[in-house]
Design a protein around this ligand. Structure first.
Ligand code: L34
Length: 291
């Protein structure tokens, strides 16, 4: 069993991106500039955006976090998006999800210019990606693809079972792995809360991608011997053993599942750091539109 270190892969890719930025700057080209909009006080979102800001700094990007109050109206947020769309200095921006309930996430996503949509959530990017055209690929699915590549995990002809059908992970990763080429050429099944015989279906997976957002949902009896298990989940649960007062759990019951796997991603240190690095990749790509 090999533990896939997203932390290690992210560090390696960070160096590559940093080197490209240094080259840009040496040629007199302005650094890539990413803006993150953070609405409200969700603890996890603050951590994730903090990681994004730190990564920007490490690869040599300019970055800014626009912090807005929990009580921000949809109209106010759409105004900020409009000004970021128009600001020629800003190469790309994201609006961290989830948003407060009184704001329509879909409206917000559709308001982001597809050219600056480095999350790849805008329907134009989603459609382009699914059609196999050049597009911003959402960061978490892209990060998973990078992990499969780095560890040279065989995907051709494999049965990949994706548990979860969200727009930001389940659906795009299912699509990407069904495409021609590497990593891809998988036979893909998407499971969700209404799937009949879920356990039997997941147990067919050569590659299992757990992205349901329920802590320790995937148990050993659902996993075939030798499977590759990618754990996208990240849930905070109270703990008296940590300084922060909480610990992180994945969607996979790691201790019992890991011994059955050929490869498995841990939580933390698996997919999470790759989400950050793929956002950096997309931002660099956005900045290259100026070159
Ligand atoms: N707009 N909203 C937008 N874009 C995104 O790409 C995200 N996502 C998801 C939630 N909302 C979003 C993220 O940024 C999930 N996500 C994310 C980003 C980073 C990490 C996890 C999820 C991460 O850094 N995880 C670390 C541990 C984090 C901790 O200590 O809490 C890890 O090692 O897994």
């Amino acid at each position: 069993m090999t533990i896939i270190s997203g932390k290690e892969v992210a560090a390696k890719l960070k160096q590559d991106i940093g080197a490209e930025v240094a080259e840009m700057v040496a040629k007199g080209i302005r650094r890539p500039y990413l803006v993150a909009v953070l609405v409200g006080n969700d603890g996890a979102s603050q951590t994730y955006v903090g990681h994004k800001e730190k990564a920007c700094h490490e690869v040599g990007f300019e970055s800014k976090v626009v912090r807005m109050d929990e009580s921000t109206t949809e109209e106010e947020l759409l105004k900020v998006i409009d000004s970021l769309n128009k600001d020629p200095e800003v190469d790309g921006f994201i609006v961290q999800l989830p948003l407060p309930k009184h704001i329509s996430e879909q409206k917000v996503i559709e308001a982001i210019s597809p050219l600056k949509d480095v999350d790849g959530f805008n329907p134009e990017n989603v459609g382009r990606m699914i059609s196999g055209l050049d597009a911003y690929i959402p960061a978490t699915p892209d990060g998973i693809m990078e992990l499969l590549k780095y560890y040279q995990i065989e995907t051709k002809g494999k049965h990949c079972v994706v548990v979860g059908r969200s727009n930001i992970v389940g659906r795009p990763i299912a699509n990407l792995l069904s495409m021609k080429g590497y990593p891809g050429d998988c036979t893909v099944t998407i499971c969700h809360s209404r799937t009949a015989n879920l356990k039997e279906v997941v147990r067919q997976g050569d590659i299992v991608i757990a992205a349901i957002g329920q802590a320790e949902f995937v148990t050993a009896d659902m996993i075939k011997e030798g499977a590759v298990v990618i754990d996208v989940g990240i849930t905070r649960v109270p703990s008296d053993k940590t300084k922060s007062g909480f610990k992180l759990l994945g969607d996979v019951k790691y201790d019992e599942v890991a011994p059955k796997c050929s490869y498995i991603t841990p939580v933390p240190g698996g997919v999470g750091p790759m989400t950050i690095i793929s956002l950096m990749k997309n931002t660099l790509k956005a900045a290259k539109r100026r070159m």
